[in-house]
Design a protein around this ligand. Sequence first.
Ligand SMILES: Cc1ncc(COP(=O)(O)O)c(C=O)c1O
Length: 383
Amino acid sequence: MEPNFVALRKEFPVLERKTYLNSGSYCALANDVKAAIEAYMEDRLAVGANWDVWITRNEAVRALTARLLGAASDEIAVTASVSAGLNALASALDFSGTRNKVVISDFEFPTNAQIWHAQEPRGARVVHVPRDASGYIPAEQFAAAIDENTQLVAITHVCFRNGAKLEIPKIVRLARAKGARVLLDCYQSVGSADINVKQLDVDFAVGGMLKYLLGTAGIGFMYVRDSFTKTLLPTNSGWFAQADIGAMDITGNHPHPSARRFEAGTPAVVNCYAAEAGLKFLLGVGTQAIEKRIQALTRRCMERLVEIGWPSVTPTGDERRGATVCVPSRDAGALAKELMRRDIVTSHRDANLRASFHFYNNEADIESFIAAMKDLRAEFAPA
Ligand SMILES: Cc1ncc(COP(=O)(O)O)c(C=O)c1O
């Protein structure tokens, strides 16, 4: 049975005032998430330092994230950000031998590029797979870059600049054929698409809670395939990464046997409350239904943009598109500001305006956006 999207929309009060097309940057706030943050505040007033309970909130986030991704809890590190997870992972990799190549793409968010470039003094060689003339990166483009010297293929699922989705299963097969590991940066897709890390056969996956997962900034996750965990020894560590946190041992480093070894210090407790509530809400709606709805909304939005003579640069095929529709503009920043003045919340990157959709958006949101864009076309569409 399809979720009741009309009723679900009412759980996001900002939607009464704004046409909210910005979940790819930060989600709309759900009543449940607001209540969870308030519950944390109440707890601080009522109990003070309620650590025994707070730690269980962190564990709840781990378990819900595992459910979301089709993984085991022990394969999930709860991190402060994608950067924190990637730095811990990078610190555990050895780039001193011939298998020192890290293959990334032109579609990466800076986090998943800069951190690999930061490993160059340790011997890493970072290779960028370029887009083709159409602006997309077909899986075949990766074949030339992935070879026997490739240790890791670290790629985004959906590009934050243009909304394009990479052909992950094909790229994973290319990596496997050469014995390389695969890291998926799914920050721009997780929560907007149905993702199963086992089916995708990736070794690592990173993301965070503030976009389609309905939570907040300052908390993320890293999935690490169980069979790798014990072979990897992060030097970027902390006391919450230890096998026995309570031991308070200062004589050595004893990493946890699970993916917790990629964690660091004290968890951001209030963020755990928000993330838990967001994940519960999202899983209650169901990721398959969410993916289907977002595909329909983005498809419709792109059709309407063509009708008003201002087509997007996002791929049209459902399999090659995420939740964001990107529209080229001669001044994307000023266009986003003008839309905001009309209570339409979007964002912009490079020369593109970004309108991103979640399950709580509807046809009326598309029509408000299209009406405003039609009005602003002469001023802001590319010359
Ligand atoms: C694809 C992608 N990766 C990573 C990030 C952010 O990473 P971090 O959690 O390190 O800030 C973003 C944020 O917008 C993103 O879109």
